[in-house]
Design a protein around this ligand. Structure first.
Ligand code: PRT
Ligand code: ZN
Length: 210
Protein backbone atom coordinates (compact mmCIF):
# COMPACT_ATOMS: atom_id res chain seq x y z
CA UNK A 1 0.00 0.00 0.00
CA UNK A 2 1.19 3.52 -0.79
CA UNK A 3 1.87 5.73 2.24
CA UNK A 4 -0.51 8.67 1.98
CA UNK A 5 0.18 12.14 3.37
CA UNK A 6 -2.60 14.14 4.98
CA UNK A 7 -2.14 17.83 5.81
CA UNK A 8 -3.95 19.21 8.86
CA UNK A 9 -3.73 22.52 10.71
CA UNK A 10 -0.75 22.71 13.06
CA UNK A 11 -2.51 24.87 15.63
CA UNK A 12 -5.68 26.90 15.60
CA UNK A 13 -9.40 26.33 15.43
CA UNK A 14 -9.36 23.20 13.27
CA UNK A 15 -6.41 21.40 14.84
CA UNK A 16 -8.09 19.67 17.75
CA UNK A 17 -11.11 18.36 15.81
CA UNK A 18 -8.90 17.25 12.90
CA UNK A 19 -6.72 15.21 15.26
CA UNK A 20 -9.82 13.90 17.02
CA UNK A 21 -11.50 12.63 13.86
CA UNK A 22 -8.33 10.83 12.74
CA UNK A 23 -7.85 9.25 16.18
CA UNK A 24 -11.50 8.19 16.32
CA UNK A 25 -10.91 6.41 12.99
CA UNK A 26 -8.54 4.18 14.91
CA UNK A 27 -5.34 5.83 13.67
CA UNK A 28 -2.49 5.82 16.12
CA UNK A 29 0.01 8.73 15.97
CA UNK A 30 1.76 11.32 18.05
CA UNK A 31 0.30 14.79 18.11
CA UNK A 32 2.22 17.75 16.81
CA UNK A 33 4.89 18.88 19.20
CA UNK A 34 7.98 20.12 17.45
CA UNK A 35 8.03 17.73 14.52
CA UNK A 36 5.96 18.81 11.54
CA UNK A 37 5.44 15.24 10.37
CA UNK A 38 4.01 12.35 12.35
CA UNK A 39 3.79 8.75 11.14
CA UNK A 40 0.67 6.72 11.79
CA UNK A 41 1.79 3.41 13.25
CA UNK A 42 -1.19 1.29 12.16
CA UNK A 43 -2.10 2.68 8.71
CA UNK A 44 0.05 3.75 5.71
CA UNK A 45 -0.33 7.45 6.49
CA UNK A 46 1.83 10.41 7.46
CA UNK A 47 0.37 13.54 9.01
CA UNK A 48 1.78 16.93 8.02
CA UNK A 49 1.08 19.79 10.41
CA UNK A 50 0.80 23.04 8.45
CA UNK A 51 -0.69 26.53 8.49
CA UNK A 52 -4.21 26.23 7.13
CA UNK A 53 -3.51 28.73 4.33
CA UNK A 54 -0.92 26.39 2.79
CA UNK A 55 -3.07 23.23 2.83
CA UNK A 56 -5.14 23.65 -0.39
CA UNK A 57 -2.11 24.36 -2.57
CA UNK A 58 -0.07 21.54 -1.02
CA UNK A 59 -2.90 19.15 -1.86
CA UNK A 60 -3.33 20.61 -5.36
CA UNK A 61 0.39 20.18 -6.04
CA UNK A 62 0.52 16.64 -4.60
CA UNK A 63 2.91 17.49 -1.75
CA UNK A 64 0.10 16.15 0.40
CA UNK A 65 -2.45 13.64 -0.96
CA UNK A 66 -5.20 14.70 1.42
CA UNK A 67 -6.02 17.69 3.60
CA UNK A 68 -8.46 18.95 6.21
CA UNK A 69 -9.20 22.66 5.84
CA UNK A 70 -12.02 25.23 5.83
CA UNK A 71 -13.93 25.71 2.57
CA UNK A 72 -13.27 29.44 2.89
CA UNK A 73 -9.52 28.86 2.58
CA UNK A 74 -9.93 26.58 -0.46
CA UNK A 75 -12.13 29.16 -2.16
CA UNK A 76 -9.77 32.03 -1.38
CA UNK A 77 -6.67 30.22 -2.66
CA UNK A 78 -8.54 28.99 -5.75
CA UNK A 79 -6.79 25.62 -5.43
CA UNK A 80 -7.93 22.88 -7.81
CA UNK A 81 -8.65 19.97 -5.47
CA UNK A 82 -11.19 17.16 -5.15
CA UNK A 83 -13.79 17.53 -2.36
CA UNK A 84 -14.26 14.22 -0.57
CA UNK A 85 -16.34 14.93 2.52
CA UNK A 86 -17.76 17.71 4.70
CA UNK A 87 -16.65 17.10 8.28
CA UNK A 88 -19.27 18.94 10.34
CA UNK A 89 -16.91 21.15 12.37
CA UNK A 90 -15.34 24.58 11.93
CA UNK A 91 -18.71 25.91 10.80
CA UNK A 92 -18.83 29.64 10.14
CA UNK A 93 -20.12 32.22 7.67
CA UNK A 94 -18.11 34.82 5.80
CA UNK A 95 -20.17 37.99 6.18
CA UNK A 96 -20.08 41.62 5.26
CA UNK A 97 -20.67 43.69 8.40
CA UNK A 98 -21.25 47.41 8.83
CA UNK A 99 -21.21 49.78 11.80
CA UNK A 100 -24.23 49.10 14.02
CA UNK A 101 -25.20 52.76 13.68
CA UNK A 102 -25.59 52.54 9.86
CA UNK A 103 -28.90 51.80 8.24
CA UNK A 104 -27.94 50.20 4.94
CA UNK A 105 -30.83 48.32 3.42
CA UNK A 106 -29.54 47.06 0.06
CA UNK A 107 -26.26 45.68 -1.16
CA UNK A 108 -26.05 48.42 -3.84
CA UNK A 109 -25.39 50.89 -1.07
CA UNK A 110 -21.90 49.44 -0.81
CA UNK A 111 -21.07 51.02 -4.21
CA UNK A 112 -18.05 53.30 -3.80
CA UNK A 113 -17.47 52.16 -0.22
CA UNK A 114 -14.25 50.66 1.22
CA UNK A 115 -14.46 47.13 2.63
CA UNK A 116 -11.65 45.65 4.74
CA UNK A 117 -11.06 41.90 4.52
CA UNK A 118 -8.56 39.04 4.58
CA UNK A 119 -10.63 37.35 1.83
CA UNK A 120 -10.16 39.63 -1.22
CA UNK A 121 -10.77 36.90 -3.83
CA UNK A 122 -14.06 35.66 -2.36
CA UNK A 123 -15.25 39.21 -1.67
CA UNK A 124 -14.36 40.39 -5.18
CA UNK A 125 -16.30 37.49 -6.73
CA UNK A 126 -19.27 38.18 -4.49
CA UNK A 127 -19.34 41.91 -5.27
CA UNK A 128 -19.02 41.21 -9.01
CA UNK A 129 -21.92 38.76 -8.83
CA UNK A 130 -24.01 41.54 -7.28
CA UNK A 131 -22.79 44.23 -9.69
CA UNK A 132 -21.33 46.26 -6.83
CA UNK A 133 -18.12 48.26 -7.21
CA UNK A 134 -16.42 48.76 -3.88
CA UNK A 135 -12.83 49.26 -2.87
CA UNK A 136 -11.35 46.16 -1.22
CA UNK A 137 -8.74 46.87 1.48
CA UNK A 138 -6.73 43.77 2.34
CA UNK A 139 -5.88 43.38 6.03
CA UNK A 140 -4.36 40.15 7.32
CA UNK A 141 -6.03 40.14 10.74
CA UNK A 142 -8.16 42.06 13.25
CA UNK A 143 -10.31 43.20 10.33
CA UNK A 144 -13.11 44.17 12.70
CA UNK A 145 -11.28 47.29 13.87
CA UNK A 146 -11.28 48.73 10.31
CA UNK A 147 -14.41 50.88 10.52
CA UNK A 148 -13.58 52.12 14.05
CA UNK A 149 -10.21 53.36 12.81
CA UNK A 150 -11.70 54.99 9.73
CA UNK A 151 -9.88 52.46 7.51
CA UNK A 152 -13.04 51.18 5.88
CA UNK A 153 -16.80 51.62 5.76
CA UNK A 154 -17.51 47.92 6.14
CA UNK A 155 -15.71 44.63 6.68
CA UNK A 156 -15.95 41.12 5.29
CA UNK A 157 -14.84 38.47 7.76
CA UNK A 158 -15.67 35.14 9.29
CA UNK A 159 -18.42 35.12 11.88
CA UNK A 160 -19.41 32.27 14.12
CA UNK A 161 -21.10 33.52 17.29
CA UNK A 162 -21.23 37.17 16.19
CA UNK A 163 -19.59 38.23 19.48
CA UNK A 164 -16.56 39.85 17.81
CA UNK A 165 -18.75 41.96 15.52
CA UNK A 166 -20.83 43.13 18.45
CA UNK A 167 -17.81 43.96 20.60
CA UNK A 168 -16.51 46.16 17.79
CA UNK A 169 -19.75 48.04 17.20
CA UNK A 170 -20.58 46.17 13.99
CA UNK A 171 -23.61 44.26 12.74
CA UNK A 172 -23.97 41.61 10.04
CA UNK A 173 -25.24 42.95 6.73
CA UNK A 174 -24.86 40.24 4.07
CA UNK A 175 -23.85 36.58 3.99
CA UNK A 176 -21.09 35.91 1.47
CA UNK A 177 -20.28 32.25 2.01
CA UNK A 178 -20.93 29.42 4.45
CA UNK A 179 -18.00 27.24 5.38
CA UNK A 180 -17.02 24.19 7.35
CA UNK A 181 -14.00 21.91 7.53
CA UNK A 182 -13.78 19.49 4.61
CA UNK A 183 -11.61 16.56 3.61
CA UNK A 184 -9.97 17.24 0.26
CA UNK A 185 -7.75 15.16 -1.99
CA UNK A 186 -5.32 15.66 -4.81
CA UNK A 187 -7.14 15.18 -8.12
CA UNK A 188 -4.86 12.39 -9.31
CA UNK A 189 -5.29 10.23 -6.21
CA UNK A 190 -8.77 10.76 -4.79
CA UNK A 191 -10.07 7.40 -6.02
CA UNK A 192 -7.07 5.29 -4.91
CA UNK A 193 -7.96 2.28 -2.70
CA UNK A 194 -6.01 3.65 0.30
CA UNK A 195 -8.01 6.87 0.10
CA UNK A 196 -11.27 4.90 -0.15
CA UNK A 197 -10.36 2.96 2.99
CA UNK A 198 -9.63 6.12 4.99
CA UNK A 199 -12.73 7.86 3.65
CA UNK A 200 -14.89 4.92 4.65
CA UNK A 201 -13.52 5.06 8.20
CA UNK A 202 -14.12 8.81 8.41
CA UNK A 203 -17.68 8.38 7.13
CA UNK A 204 -18.36 5.72 9.79
CA UNK A 205 -17.15 8.11 12.49
CA UNK A 206 -19.38 10.90 11.14
CA UNK A 207 -22.34 8.53 10.92
CA UNK A 208 -21.86 7.36 14.50
CA UNK A 209 -21.84 10.99 15.62
CA UNK A 210 -25.03 12.04 13.82
O1 PRT B 1 -2.27 29.68 11.94
P1 PRT B 1 -3.20 29.35 10.83
O2 PRT B 1 -2.96 30.19 9.59
O3 PRT B 1 -3.21 27.87 10.55
O4 PRT B 1 -4.67 29.66 11.37
P2 PRT B 1 -5.61 30.94 11.19
O5 PRT B 1 -5.34 31.88 12.31
O6 PRT B 1 -5.54 31.46 9.80
O7 PRT B 1 -7.06 30.28 11.30
P3 PRT B 1 -7.96 29.92 12.56
O8 PRT B 1 -7.33 28.83 13.36
O9 PRT B 1 -8.40 31.15 13.29
O10 PRT B 1 -9.25 29.39 11.77
C1 PRT B 1 -9.18 28.23 10.98
C2 PRT B 1 -10.51 28.04 10.26
O11 PRT B 1 -11.56 27.88 11.23
C3 PRT B 1 -10.99 29.20 9.41
O12 PRT B 1 -10.37 29.25 8.13
C4 PRT B 1 -12.49 28.90 9.29
O13 PRT B 1 -12.71 27.93 8.28
C5 PRT B 1 -12.81 28.26 10.66
N1 PRT B 1 -13.51 29.12 11.63
C6 PRT B 1 -14.66 28.77 12.27
C7 PRT B 1 -13.16 30.36 12.03
C8 PRT B 1 -14.14 30.76 12.96
N2 PRT B 1 -15.06 29.76 13.09
C9 PRT B 1 -14.02 32.07 13.57
N3 PRT B 1 -14.88 32.42 14.38
N4 PRT B 1 -12.12 31.16 11.72
C10 PRT B 1 -11.99 32.35 12.30
N5 PRT B 1 -12.90 32.85 13.22
C11 PRT B 1 -12.57 34.21 13.77
C12 PRT B 1 -12.98 35.34 12.83
O14 PRT B 1 -11.93 35.65 11.94
C13 PRT B 1 -13.27 36.48 13.78
O15 PRT B 1 -12.11 37.21 14.11
O16 PRT B 1 -13.28 34.43 14.97
C14 PRT B 1 -13.77 35.77 15.02
C15 PRT B 1 -15.28 35.78 15.01
O17 PRT B 1 -15.81 34.84 15.89
P4 PRT B 1 -17.19 35.12 16.65
O18 PRT B 1 -17.50 33.85 17.37
O19 PRT B 1 -16.92 36.28 17.60
O20 PRT B 1 -18.23 35.47 15.62
ZN1 ZN C 1 -4.43 30.85 8.36
Amino acid sequence: MKTLKIAIQKSGRLNEKSVEILKTCGLSFENYKSSLISSVTNFPLEILFLRDDDIPEYVQDGIADLGIVGENVIEETGADVHYLQKLGFGKCTLKIAVPATESYTSIEELNGKAIATSYPVILDNFLKSKGVEAQIRVISGSVEIGPGLGLSDAICDIVSTGGTLKNNGLKPFADVMRSEAVLIANKTIYDAPEVAELLQRIRSVLKAKS
